[in-house]
Design a protein around this ligand. Sequence first.
Ligand code: UDP
Length: 237
Amino acid sequence: MGTNYRRVLLKVSGEALMGNMGYGIDPEVVKEIAQEVAEVIATGAQIAIVVGGGNIFRGVKAASAGMDRATADYIGMIATVMNAMTLQDSLERIGVQTRVQTAIAMQELAEPYIRRRAIRHLEKGRVVIFGAGSGNPFFTTDTTAALRAAEIDAEVIFKATKVDGVYDADPHVYPNAKRFTSLTYAHVLAQDLRVMDSTAIALCKENNIPILVFDLSVRGNIHRAVMGESIGTLVGG
Ligand code: UDP
């Protein structure tokens, strides 16, 4: 058993919300994530969520097809707001109090990002969902997760993915690939391991925020992770 976490930053990628579909949002998957988050909130832990948008729009991809990169990235950020509101709806339907805060002001539908206010919501047991990434093009929602985790003083980032941790080779291609139980930031950066992008890793390293990578599709994993059970791969100093 490891640490029992008090305040967690959960990064949910757009891909995770897509489930097995090729595009968009799978309502069943969103419902399951909401239920897991509700269980964790009931234990008294605080959860802030950064959502991605890759299930709807990815700036880099559109830019490689000729679109202006900054414009494409702003569209990507708007995509994350769609996911944030979907997750909010799902959580509120099962009685979890939430607030969406966006890094680009959209005051008719969400609060603007205000750090101290976000912390206050967490202290009151509300789930805070951060939308619109960092508000800046050329960044990712992984980097946003690292930034917000540092800002709200989260103890850990949960990087919920589709694999149960970080491997020394692609486990889908190499059946003998080995899963790391723990890794250092330096190792992740030097080996270019696919945990989060290097900007995000560097930010976590500088601020000493551990990252737990685990499989979101295994029911109960968010709860296990909060309880400090040894699942996935823990990246730290
Ligand atoms: N994005 C951005 N700045 C940010 C966060 C996101 O420009 O701070 C844009 C970028 O175009 C990115 C898209 O939003 O491709 C969706 O986010 P991301 O790819 O990180 O989502 P995920 O991979 O987690 O689904």
